[in-house]
Design a binder for this molecule. Structure first.
Ligand SMILES: [Ca+2]
Ligand SMILES: [Ca+2]
Ligand SMILES: [Ca+2]
Length: 120
């Protein structure tokens, strides 16, 4: 699963790195805390990449999934992970980098970010 996510994010991020982070509240028009496909229709970057952002494939994008997506907007080399340099612009991730990097390979991927954001 981890591999699939990374590949999806590579494809996804190569086309979206120029976009700013998306605010869940701005897209969540029925205020249930998630973005479904209908709500995503008003946010081009989300609707275009819905399946890649919806990591658990339940048909909605929750705050954790959106946080992972927003963090990976900083993935400048589009390899699906953030290294320490890419994470610099993200204060919380930079501060907790070593803790988030569960497999200690020097980068944080979508699975590691997802675990981190889900805990909060
Ligand atoms: Ca919603
Ligand atoms: Ca989901
Ligand atoms: Ca890692």
């Amino acid at each position: 699963m981890k591999f699939v996510h990374s590949v999806l994010f590579v494809a996804l991020l190569s086309s979206v790195t120029a976009f700013a982070a998306v605010d869940l509240k701005a897209a969540d028009s029925d205020k249930d805390g998630t973005i479904d496909r209908k709500e995503a229709a008003s946010v081009a970057i989300i609707s275009k990449n819905f399946d890649a952002i919806d990591l658990d494939k339940d048909g909605t994008i929750d705050s954790t999934e959106l946080a992972v997506f927003n963090a990976l907007l900083k993935d400048k080399d589009s390899d699906g992970t953030l290294d320490k340099i890419e994470a610099k612009g993200l204060k919380k991730i930079a501060a907790n980098f070593d803790a988030i990097d569960a497999d200690k390979d020097g980068t944080v991927d979508s699975a590691e970010l997802s675990a981190y954001f889900a805990k909060k």
